[in-house]
Design a protein around this ligand. Structure first.
Ligand code: SF4
Ligand code: SF4
Length: 185
């Protein structure tokens, strides 16, 4: 052992350095939050619990085309339709097994009618499996709870249709710089 190392060991230099770090952090503000006492609002575009959108007249927007179910990588959307008056398709059942969902948002992107949404609601823990099996009624109820008023109207425009003319993106959204990509070509 060298004399320097011997002295460092005898005088507990490394331990004192470690205690110094601990002491400094005692006076810095904590980065953790005391959930559920302290809650942070979900960011726009957050993928929470599903909802089925309603038209202005309060009727189901979904036409039962099945595209969302076809795109869903978890195959957790089940749609049952029948033929109504004038051969119109009627959505008898629309169900999502939320426990299998990976919240990718493909269903929202795939829907040509803006009929399925992912809300900002994330506090829905429950001990019953059945609770997480969303039926058409439950999904419509979610629309009333989480997308009432102009919020529901804004949802697709702002977060799920980036190609639409009025999409501007968020300042803190990470994205490639188009200029740099062009320069590289
Ligand atoms: S978010 Fe993804 S996994 Fe969940 S239902 Fe939609 S498509 Fe399926
Ligand atoms: S939610 Fe959209 S994609 Fe899915 S069945 Fe209804 S209309 Fe079709």
């Amino acid at each position: 052992m060298t004399s320097g190392k011997f002295l460092r060991t005898v005088f507990f230099v490394e331990i004192l350095k470690g205690l110094g770090v601990t002491f400094r952090t005692l006076f810095t503000p904590p980065v953790t939050r005391r959930y559920p006492k302290v809650k942070v609002p979900a960011k726009p575009g957050f993928r929470g619990l599903h909802a089925l959108a309603k038209n202005a007249d309060g009727k189901l927007k979904c036409v039962g085309c099945g595209l969302c179910g076809a795109y869903c990588p978890s195959k957790c959307i089940y749609i049952y339709t029948s033929e109504g008056e004038d051969h119109a398709k009627v959505v008898d059942r629309y169900e999502i097994d939320v426990l299998r969902c990976i919240f990718c948002g493909f269903c929202v992107e795939a829907c040509p009618f803006g009929a399925i949404t992912l809300s900002e609601h994330y506090e829905y823990s429950n001990s019953s499996r059945q609770y997480f099996y969303m039926t058409k009624d439950k999904l419509l109820e979610n629309w009333d709870k989480y997308f009432a008023g102009p919020k529901g109207e804004r949802y697709f425009r702002d977060f799920w249709q980036p190609k639409s003319g009025n999409f501007t993106g968020r300042e803190d959204q990470a994205m490639f710089s188009r200029v740099k990509l062009k320069e590289k070509k």
